[in-house]
Design a protein around this ligand. Sequence first.
Ligand code: CTP
Ligand code: MG
Length: 237
Amino acid sequence: AKLGVVVVAAGRGERLGAGVPKAFVRLHGRALLEFAIATATSLPHAGHLVVVVPEDRAAEALELVERVLPANSPWEATVTPGGRERHESVRFGIAALPDSVDTVLVHDAARPFASAELFERVLAEVRRTGDAVVPALAVSDTLKRVDADGVVHETVDRAPLVAVQTPQGFPREALASAHETVQLQEGGEHGAPTDDAEVVQRAGGTVRTVPGERRAHKLTTADDLTVLESILAANAA
Ligand code: CTP
Ligand code: MG
């Protein structure tokens, strides 16, 4: 019963527009990707980490892994090239996991400060239920449905809505087969799924939630850099 962690870092970071993929943006002298590698490999399990990166960044990613992973770590780590869409990158990441892995956590490199406790909470719930598990936060803003011109049509009831984060956890077989199914459906009525919970749901699986955390905030646009800076400062204190 081995744990696998897939850190996806193969996006282009177009909305941030930093000129480099988000995972390689530097924060206090460290590439963003280093934080996720450090947290994942701090988990007290013998696990296998796969870091999925743009093809031309594989050597750089391997150097980061070697820098972060202690020499005596029980973790093994490999780097593998990603795909055009996030779900393709995840599929390649799963394929790179050794057969001994039975439970997988998929995490965005763009959420550098998700805590080890959050990884553990998700993992424990997957092992307890055998279902897919995602961290979720209540939504606090009032939500409106708008049209393409930005004109408001209605207020949406936020009570049943949550914002979900990563790491998201899965029994390996369920995740792998759901990704195969989605790949076959590509170009169909749905757009590309933006998280793995959606992939599993499309395949008919149950997705449960555990409490998320503010510090697992995702870097998407330049505004988020300020948020990440403040999270880093708060956790250094
Ligand atoms: N990701 C990936 N492969 C892709 C697309 C995304 O591995 N083809 C990863 C990103 O590196 C990121 C996570 O999935 O860690 C969440 O995706 P997102 O926030 O959309 O990142 P980007 O795709 O890089 O950003 P953008 O959509 O603004 O280009
Ligand atoms: Mg993207």
